[in-house]
Design a protein. Structure first.
Length: 216
């Protein structure tokens, strides 16, 4: 179960996926790698409306989604347009395909590295976490984040190094960070991500979402 703290804009897609082998041994099929190209034929389309809605979602809590802090989907598009988007593993490749073509940021995390309870809430002032092996940190002040028992571990900009999917991962949690202005688009992106993973032999399951009521 994943608890969503009150937020007027958040529309989250969430599910789990279990793979028959660890991701380090799960090479992406060619049909999936072929979709890691800007302009590939897909059932989703991104656009300026989607980009603006995602930025508004992140801006609501006071976070500034610009520069190095812009949504992961914008980084992904730039990488693809430069011809530098490369295959990593089947879970991350499917994530990147859907994020690239939908314009929505997506997190893919090692489910076994997450400790319950799980929730989504705004980042606390002066909070941060490490997001890559070199130890770089991202400020989380006002940024919507996934929390587990140990603290914040994922968001629509950069996921925590602590809980990222890696070669030994066999179970993942996928989060599609959408806005309620994009409800149908978020649902379609989440469904397509599941479809890609299931085609690659993963077993996917719904993750129940519980939205906490605002007090008062």
């Amino acid at each position: 179960m994943l608890t969503l703290e009150p937020h007027p804009l958040l529309q989250l897609g969430a599910f789990t996926a279990t793979f028959p082998d660890p991701l380090g041994r799960a090479e992406s099929p060619q049909w999936l790698r072929d979709l890691l190209v800007d302009g590939a034929a897909t059932p989703l389309e991104r656009g300026e409306e989607i980009r603006s809605s995602v930025r508004a979602l992140l801006r609501h809590g006071g976070y500034k989604p610009t520069g190095r802090g812009k949504p992961a989907s914008e980084y992904l598009l730039r990488t693809a347009q430069q011809g530098a988007l490369r295959s990593i593993n089947v879970a991350v490749d499917a994530c990147n395909v859907v994020s690239l073509h939908s314009g929505l940021p997506i997190s893919v995390l090692d489910l076994d590295l997450l400790e319950r309870p799980l929730s989504v809430a705004l980042g606390d002032p002066n909070s941060s976490y490490t997001f890559n092996p070199s130890g770089q940190k991202i400020s989380l002040d006002g940024l919507l984040c996934l929390y587990d028992a140990h603290g914040p571990c994922a968001n629509a900009v950069k996921d925590s190094q602590r809980t990222k999917a890696h070669d030994a991962t066999s179970r993942v949690l996928a989060l599609v960070w959408g806005s309620n202005e994009l409800q149908e688009h978020t649902q379609r992106a989440t469904a397509w991500y599941r479809e890609l993973l299931e085609r690659a032999r993963a077993v996917c399951a719904d993750l129940p979402l519980v939205r906490r009521e605002e007090e008062g």
